[in-house]
Design a protein around this ligand. Structure first.
Ligand code: ADP
Length: 311
């Protein structure tokens, strides 16, 4: 089966700004994929090209094996997109605009209504269906944009910063709903500069910086490969050496008053914790406190680029 989205050597400039410097990306059907990076990294430009909103300059993009330029009708019919900026005709109601959207995709009226009802219910818009878009809150507008991208029941859902500017409760609701869509087999591509979102939702991420992919992989693998986790154990009764290796794990020991602190540096602290606890107990020590420090994707980004994502 061809990839859901395959991007080869994508390059793009706007007047004097180089936005993309050669992006290669393959997203398999059913993947939940994230483009993570700071503002200006090139995320919106990348998805704009996939969805036909931004003109392709150099390189190629295919969707289920078909070229987005040659076979644009096919590729656009497979994709639902929720852009970052709110775009719609503000003078119509939610329901009317979603019915228009269905019409735009050639869905007949008798099928459009149940489809629109379902999407509105799923996104908590049903009670507000007669409200005009321009009077909605930011969070409701965001729900509307996502509803719009789902009306044609697309195989691929592309979301640009889906939770930008929404409150915590709505963010959780949207996360749950996106996970549900993913479990149903949809391919989802989202952009975010929100680390927790990428770590929580995405099976794989590309970390983008300055128009290039800095690294790609499963969030937990990228974090583990950074190898900057630690386990600190506050204890009494430590008699062994002040540093070195125990069962292959590097550690240091700092004595305190009556007790002391052992620090292990490990790639994957959660995995190593039982081993560390057992080792320490076997040495006849009494544990008072254990502290785990894990890295996150921000640390991976900083290690690769020397900058922070959310700056
Ligand atoms: P991101 O989505 O990661 O914030 P963008 O793709 O929006 O990044 O932007 C990448 C670069 O291209 C930035 O330097 C941005 O200022 C520039 N850019 C984006 N859109 C335009 C445009 N329409 N005209 C000129 N420059 C643009």
């Amino acid at each position: 089966m061809p990839a859901a989205i395959e991007i080869k050597n994508l390059q793009k400039s706007y007047e004097d700004t180089v936005a993309l410097r050669g992006i290669d990306l393959t997203i398999e059907p059913g993947e939940f994929y994230g483009l993570l990076g700071p503002n200006g990294a090139g995320k919106t430009t990348t998805i704009g090209i996939i969805t036909g909103l931004v003109k392709l300059e150099s390189g190629s993009v295919s969707v289920f094996g078909k070229d987005i330029i040659r076979d644009y009708r096919f590729t656009r019919s497979k994709i639902g997109v929720s852009p970052q900026e709110f775009t719609s005709d503000w003078f119509f109601s939610i329901e009317k605009l979603l019915i228009f959207q269905a019409g735009y995709y050639g869905i007949p009226k008798n099928l459009a209504q149940p489809r629109v009802d379902e999407v509105m219910k799923k996104l908590g818009l049903y009670e507000k269906r007669d409200d005009k878009i321009r009077f909605l809150s930011g969070g409701m507008k965001r729900r509307f944009m996502i509803a719009k991208s789902l009306v044609n029941d697309p195989d691929i859902l592309i979301l640009d910063e889906p939770t930008a500017g929404v409150d915590v409760e709505l963010r959780r609701m949207l996360w749950e709903y996106l996970q549900e869509l993913h479990e149903k087999g949809k391919t989802i591509l989202l952009t975010t500069h929100y680390i927790e979102e990428a770590e929580k939702l995405c099976g794989r991420v590309s970390i983008i910086n300055d128009g290039k992919i800095a690294t790609e992989g499963a969030p937990h693998e990228l974090i583990r490969s950074l190898g900057k986790g630690s386990i600190e154990v506050q204890l009494t009764g430590w008699q062994a050496s002040d540093g070195g290796k125990l069962n292959g794990l590097s550690f240091t020991y700092e004595p305190g008053e009556g007790d002391g602190r052992l620090s292990f540096s490990v790639d994957d602290p959660e995995k190593e914790l039982p081993q560390v606890v057992e080792l320490v107990s076997r040495n006849g020590c009494h544990i008072h406190e254990v502290k785990i420090t894990k890295s996150n994707l921000e640390d991976v980004f900083v290690a690769l680029t020397g900058r922070e994502i959310n700056k």
